[in-house]
Write a protein that binds this ligand. Structure first.
Ligand code: AHR
Length: 324
């Protein structure tokens, strides 16, 4: 009887021990990847929405994020990239404020074997293989859609001539160059269109206001249309137009780019005629791409999100909340 009892105890013990052996390994709480991201700054609601989206997407994907804000200075971005290299992050991502001047620091990242992803904006370089891919809007298409809208609007108002002022983004940045090129291509060949002046507003609300004041002093009521490269500058320009005694959206056609909530609300009120969307929600694709790069998988060279046009040609009450 005692023999049987000890056999039973042994059996139970080994079942318990074996259960311990076959237990699944505990899920590691270690982040799957360390990503260094250098953001341009906080110049617009778009940029703030983009930073938030990247932080939330990193969290959701279990990615550890080293985020540095360059406060609108290229030298701060270069220093941040050097810190990421010294820290041996798995992947570096950054939104280059301007296109030139990145070769040296990107050579350093390449030598360290760290893949680099461009987010939102592109660089200009003669060298091959400095970056793995670009995730960002098709800025040329945005500018083209803005120009197409203006041509349609001129048709619908039977305008014989359209005097345009352009408030551009930061000189030598990708959105500035491409939004300008796309717009000019779309209106080229239409003899009614006349760009009176293009002026750099650096994507800032204060510069949008300052430039609009100057443009109104210079051209006054001759201005038929304002093409502004982002919502922030548009929102800065509108009160100046009103102060000068004109009704934006009626006396002047107002075209903006980004599609943030504040600009969409103004579009609904009739003071902006058209807003071309530029989505800041690039975070998830960035995280997926970074994970692929870490595991040595191939990634697409250029990834553009789908974007649309919001305008007074549609029922604006149906536009869903924008989230930035
Ligand atoms: O690079 C994207 C542009 O930069 C957005 O249009 C603008 O609002 C931002 O600051």
């Amino acid at each position: 009887m005692r023999k049987r009892l000890s056999l039973l105890v042994c059996l139970l013990l080994s079942i318990v021990l074996c259960a311990g052996c076959s237990k699944e390994p505990e899920q590691s709480t270690e982040p799957s990847l360390l990503l260094g991201f250098s953001q341009i700054g906080s110049e617009s609601a778009w940029r703030i929405g983009n930073t938030r989206d990247i932080e939330e997407s990193a969290d959701k994907n279990g990615i550890s994020l080293m985020l540095e804000n360059a406060n609108q200075k290229q030298e701060n971005q270069i220093a941040a990239i050097r810190r990421f290299i010294a820290y041996k992050v798995d992947v570096i991502a950054f939104s280059p404020i301007v296109e030139d001047g990145w070769d040296n620091v990107l050579e350093e990242a390449k030598t360290a074997g760290i893949p680099v992803v461009l987010v939102d904006r592109d660089i200009s370089t003669e060298k091959e293989g400095l970056t793995a891919c670009l995730i960002g809007a098709d800025f040329y298409k945005e500018g083209y859609m803005a120009g197409e809208y203006l041509v349609r609007k001129a048709d619908s108002l039977n305008l014989e001539h359209v005097n345009i002022v352009e408030i551009t983004g930061t000189t030598n940045s990708t959105p500035m160059r491409q939004r300008q090129a796309g717009f000019m291509d779309a209106i080229a060949g239409d003899e009614r269109m006349n760009v009176m002046e293009s002026i750099d507003g650096d994507f800032l609300k204060s510069r949008g206001a300052e430039n609009m004041r100057y443009l109104l002093e210079t051209y006054g009521g001759e201005i038929d249309a304002v093409y502004s490269h982002n919502d922030e500058m548009t929102l800065g320009a509108l009160p100046e137009i009103e102060k000068a005694g004109f009704i934006p959206g009626k006396d002047m056609i107002i075209i903006s780019i980004d599609g943030g909530q504040e600009a969409i609300d103004v579009l609904k009120s009739g003071k902006i005629n058209c807003v071309v969307e530029c989505t800041p929600k690039l975070g998830n694709v960035l995280m997926e791409t970074a994970l692929k790069l870490k595991s040595g998988e191939a990634v697409e060279g250029v990834i553009h999100p789908e974007e649309q046009v919001f305008s007074d040609e549609m029922d604006t009450s149906k536009i869903a909340p924008r989230g930035y």
